[in-house]
Design a binder for this molecule. Structure first.
Ligand code: C5P
Length: 397
């Protein structure tokens, strides 16, 4: 998978720097071309000779070769790479990357690289947990850099917690996945997400508790895999940020349908993760409705079914994925909906399972295809669930 790929590995000063030798070895074993950048402090933890021997190429550290006037071209190196990975990324290097500082060779390459950038933080647990570091990580991720999350375990300080650099095998797996994802580059993905709010009067609405976390995780994953994502979301707390994600905020089901139709033209994949309100008040009041001591009867009428409406526009090349959140008869409902809504795949979550439902960070899903093939999964974090869903979509694309 990595054969012939040009990987630029930047090593900064953390005890985890010794593990970078293993990353190089694993990449070289798969016939990747590897070049190494080291900060001065990284050299205290692993020698340049180790890394140059393993990568079969001199290590880059300063702007000038052997203290001569002959300079290393950081722009050329940034353009050469198919991928830049900073591993380990120390708290200091992270913060400089986040704020655009450029006082060493690593940072100048980071700023001039046009390729995807991954970074694997490694530091003591309190340094990682500090709001300054977390803000820096968020900033880097919001600009499209890919975070390789740190592991939990024993740290060099003797403390135990989150901060260890991800294992070299994990890192190399992520790089492999990255190069496997060509299938989504230049593809356009429409995702509906979050709840819809249906106006009752000028200050009230009927809605539901959807947090939009599943749609959020899917949008980021597709974007990281190179897709252009149109994210059409009802009102939620957090919207995904990524250069490949266009967020369109809507409120009601009617508005969501209208926006989906306008965006649908050149869509390759449509994922209907929104918890669209099935009903809306037939005659919303213009002003705030005042109570008058009498019971209030509101007539609710059905909202349009967005997945079903877009299913009518779908051609053979487009892939539609729907969700079904059921309290009972899940399998039968999923099979009925996949046909009625002209979906290729449906993701069923059953509210009977613990850890499943609105606002939860976890989900337990079963995916069905049109031929009733079934893919059951364990209870997992929604980010991992998104990976399972995307893997299945990938195999049907
Ligand atoms: O019929 P039900 O609401 O269970 O179907 C769920 C699936 O259909 C989800 O993918 C949801 O996003 C989509 N849906 C929709 N428009 C609706 C209702 C549901 O797109 N009005």
């Amino acid at each position: 998978m990595l054969a012939g790929k040009k990987i630029l590995l930047a090593v900064s000063g953390s005890i985890a720097a010794y593990k970078s030798a293993l990353i190089v070895r694993l990449c070289i074993k798969e016939q990747a071309e590897v070049r190494i950048i080291m900060t001065e402090s990284a050299k205290k933890f692993v020698t340049p000779t180790t890394l140059s021997t393993l990568s079969k190429h001199p290590v880059y550290s300063s702007f000038y070769k052997d203290n001569s006037e002959d300079w290393h071209n950081h722009v050329a190196l940034g353009l050469w790479a198919d991928l830049l990975i900073i591993a380990p990324a120390s708290a200091h290097t992270l913060s400089k990357m986040a704020h655009g500082l450029c006082d060493n060779f690593l940072l100048s390459v980071f700023l001039s690289a046009r390729c995807p950038v991954y970074f694997a933080p490694a530091m003591d647990l309190d340094m990682l947990a500090h709001s300054a570091t977390q803000k820096n990580i968020d900033l880097l991720v919001s600009r499209g850099n890919h975070l390789i999350t740190s592991d939990v375990g024993e740290l060099a300080s003797g403390l135990n917690g989150k901060g260890r650099m991800a294992a070299p095998e994990t890192i190399v797996n992520i790089l492999r996945e990255h190069f496997k994802t060509g299938i989504f580059s230049n593809k356009k993905v429409l995702i509906t997400s979050g709840p819809t709010y249906e106006t009752f009067d000028s200050v009230r609405f009927i809605g539901n508790h959807s947090s939009g976390k599943m749609g959020y995780a899917l949008a980021l994953l597709f974007a990281k895999k190179g897709a252009q994502v149109v994210f059409i979301s009802g009102p939620v707390k957090n919207y995904p940020k990524h250069p490949h994600i266009e967020v369109i905020k809507v409120t009601s089901a009617d508005e969501m349908l209208e926006t989906c139709k306008n965006q649908y033209l050149d869509i390759n994949f449509a994922i209907f993760a929104a918890a669209v309100a099935d009903y809306k008040p037939s005659m919303p009041f213009d002003k705030k409705h005042k109570k008058d001591g009498n019971p209030l009867n509101i007539t609710l009428i059905e909202n349009p079914d967005i997945a079903q409406e877009l299913g009518k526009l779908k051609d053979e090349t487009q892939i539609h994925v729907g969700f079904a959140l059921e309290t009972h008869d899940g399998e039968a409902s999923a099979k009925e909906k996949i046909k009625r809504k002209n979906l290729n795949l449906i993701v069923l979550n059953s509210l009977e399972d613990p850890g499943v439902g609105f606002g939860q960070d976890t989900n337990k899903i079963t995916i069905y295809d049109r031929f009733e093939k079934k893919f059951p999964f364990e209870l997992k974090d929604k980010k991992e669930v998104a990976q399972d869903i995307v893997k299945i979509i990938q195999s049907y694309a």
